[in-house]
Write a protein that binds this ligand. Structure first.
Ligand SMILES: NC(=O)c1ccc[n+]([C@@H]2O[C@H](COP(=O)([O-])OP(=O)(O)OC[C@H]3O[C@@H](n4cnc5c(N)ncnc54)[C@H](OP(=O)(O)O)[C@@H]3O)[C@@H](O)[C@H]2O)c1
Length: 187
């Protein structure tokens, strides 16, 4: 397979949530500096891999190439709005070699099941933004394995990733970023 680099992106609350109890992004997780960072990263990516709900909730005004996870796909299918992929029917290696035959950078913006899936496939980088001081009651965690005693950092480190230097994206709102990468550097 050609060289593919997988980058995950999430902004999470102090209690590890990416969405509220209704599955929507709450105001406390919307931040201009994080959004600008995320958009600049998407500009460097060859394809964006996301869940069907996120795809339907977020318009694609820049016409970026999307790969949408859904059980409605027969495996991998090209539709007008992107490639529709069902991981239960076709492996990642086969799917991405069709979508990006020459390789390239893959952006993974979630949601939860998609973040879970790529924990097993393997992240080359996970861009973890924290909206510090925020709490989302009964929300959707970034990874299914998250619990009070197991935060996103624990789960990433169990998968062999280590954090780079913590960077402040927005001092007023206490929004910080750490990029986690495989410790062996050989992924
Ligand atoms: N804070 C953040 O960084 C962040 C990140 C991501 C999302 N969000 C927010 O979270 C919400 C959406 O996230 P979500 O987790 O509820 O939904 P989602 O991941 O966007 O979509 C879930 C859907 O994706 C498909 N899917 C996911 N994994 C699959 C798999 N392994 N095999 C087959 N199909 C699969 C299924 O579609 P079918 O039903 O068609 O089978 C599933 O119903 C949005 O409000 C979004 O804005 C926030």
């Amino acid at each position: 397979m050609s060289q593919v680099e997988i980058h995950g992106y999430a902004i999470v609350s102090d209690n590890e949530c990416i969405a509220d109890a209704s599955g929507h992004t709450p105001e406390v997780l919307r931040n201009e500096a994080d959004w600008a960072y995320f958009q600049a990263e998407l500009n460097k990516s060859a394809v964006i891999v996301l869940g069907r709900l996120g795809h339907e909730a977020n318009a694609n005004p820049k016409g970026r190439l999307r790969m949408i996870l859904s059980s409605s796909s027969p495996g991998l299918e090209r539709r007008a709005d992107g490639w529709w992929w069902h991981p239960g029917k076709l492996s990642w290696a086969e799917a991405i070699s069709t979508v990006l035959p020459a390789g390239g950078r893959v952006a993974v913006p979630g949601g939860r099941q998609v973040f879970d899936l790529f924990l097993d496939i393997g992240y080359d980088a996970f861009h973890l933004t924290r909206a510090e001081g925020t709490h989302v009651p009964d929300g959707v965690p970034v990874f299914s394995e998250c619990r009070a005693s197991r935060n996103a950092e624990t789960i990433l480190s169990e998968r062999g990733l280590v954090p780079g230097e913590r960077r402040v994206l927005d001092p007023a709102s206490r929004v910080t970023l750490a990029i986690w990468r495989p410790s062996d550097g050989n992924s």
